[in-house]
Ligand binder design. Structure first.
Ligand code: PLP
Length: 359
């Protein structure tokens, strides 16, 4: 954030138009156009969180009671939470142990005659293997909604995250690749889905005070859209810094056989939301000790995610299956910061903190 965002918010505050009753204020519409252009989709619908984007997308896709939606368990809880909010049932499928994203080979066995949609998550900023996922989805007539909350600017075979499924959802929460405080957006090339999502964003209205479907208040305030417009312009430089920081860490750790470093497969461009390492063969206690030691050196080391969703108290009821790759990853991974504000001396400190913790 710098003066540009402050000026953009001040302009909104001075205008007095902080939001609009349809959710389509001037700044919101400008942000939607710019974001759709960036992602290369026809439509974008701005909302007030990534969770709202997921919920509105699932509802627009017609997901409701008795429907199943396949999701990874190794993700932030919102991915599954949004399914439950529709009245549908999340069905958890395992991940690929190298990319940590949904494994397309796990889909066929998870599909039933109740399956309506798949929500692959582009975890840590790396896109899931979308061609393989879309092929299975097309065979079964399923809707694919990318959870791109962590993947602004990531690419897959020359196409941007957000343009790879039937719909996609982004978050602009304060830690993301670009931020608005809280906020989210959904993208699609399908006019009907975009129109339905826009209506859900505003109480299911088709015109003022006429609700045709059940909706919510998922409107993005004008201040946030104003910040988003500035941040989107800065996104390429943010991504460049993240990628540079990730390369520095990979270079420093490449001779450590005990670490599995993050990958960027051919044809993929990582968004580097976080830099996630696996402590090979570790258990949770050993990994947690390493994380504690790194944090003692004032490095913001985090575990995303220590408890997969299917093992969390509220969500246990949705799953009895073991997800071997998910559960192993949850015991072994830890993440290091590569955000744009990290500087060279911070990275030196990160590297020495990790090296000391491994000794
Ligand atoms: C993978 C994933 N999905 C969904 C969300 C939800 O986004 P928000 O926090 O904006 O509601 C997040 C954000 O934290 C996320 O990381």
């Amino acid at each position: 954030m710098d003066d540009e965002e402050i000026r953009a918010v001040a302009r909104v505050l001075r205008s007095g138009l902080l939001t609009s009753k349809s959710g389509s204020g001037t700044n919101v519409m400008q942000f939607e156009d710019a974001f759709a252009k960036y992602v290369n989709t026809k439509y974008a619908v701005a909302v007030n969180s990534g969770t709202a984007a997921l919920h509105a997308s699932l509802l627009a896709a017609g997901v409701g009671r008795n429907d199943e939606v396949i999701v990874p368990s190794f993700t932030f809880v919102a991915t599954a939470e949004a399914v439950v909010l529709t009245g549908g049932t999340p069905v958890f499928a395992d991940i690929d142990p190298v990319t940590y994203c949904l494994n397309p080979d796990e889909l066929e066995t998870a599909i039933t005659d109740r399956t309506k949609a798949i929500v692959p998550v582009h975890l840590y900023g790396l896109t899931a293997d979308m061609d393989a996922i879309m092929e299975v989805a097309d065979d079964h007539g399923l809707t694919v909604i990318e959870d791109a909350a962590q993947a602004h600017g990531a690419e897959y075979k020359g196409r941007r995250a957000g343009s790879l499924g039937h719909m996609a959802c982004f978050s602009f929460y304060g830690s993301k690749n670009m931020v608005t405080g809280e906020g989210g957006i959904l993208t699609t090339n399908n006019r009907e889905l975009a129109d339905t999502a826009r209506s859900i964003r505003n109480h299911g209205e088709s015109k003022a005070y006429q609700s045709d479907i059940l909706g919510h208040n998922y409107r993005m305030p004008e201040m946030e859209a104003a910040i988003g417009n500035v941040q989107l312009g800065k996104l390429p430089s943010f991504l460049e810094a993240r990628s540079r920081h990730a390369s520095t860490l990979s270079e420093a750790f490449k001779t450590k056989p005990e670490l599995q470093l993050p990958v960027q497969p051919d044809g993929y461009k990582h968004g580097w939301y976080v830099y996630t390492i696996r402590l090979k063969g570790s258990n949770a206690a050993k990994r947690d000790k390493v994380v504690r030691q790194i944090r003692e050196k004032r490095v913001d080391c985090q575990v995303y995610y220590p408890k997969p969703i299917h093992l969390q108290p509220y969500y246990k009821v949705y799953s009895s299956d073991q997800l071997a790759n998910t559960e192993t990853a949850a015991r072994q991974v830890f993440s290091l910061p590569v955000h744009p504000s990290v500087n060279a001396s911070n990275l030196d400190r990160v590297v020495s903190a990790v090296e000391a913790a491994l000794e």
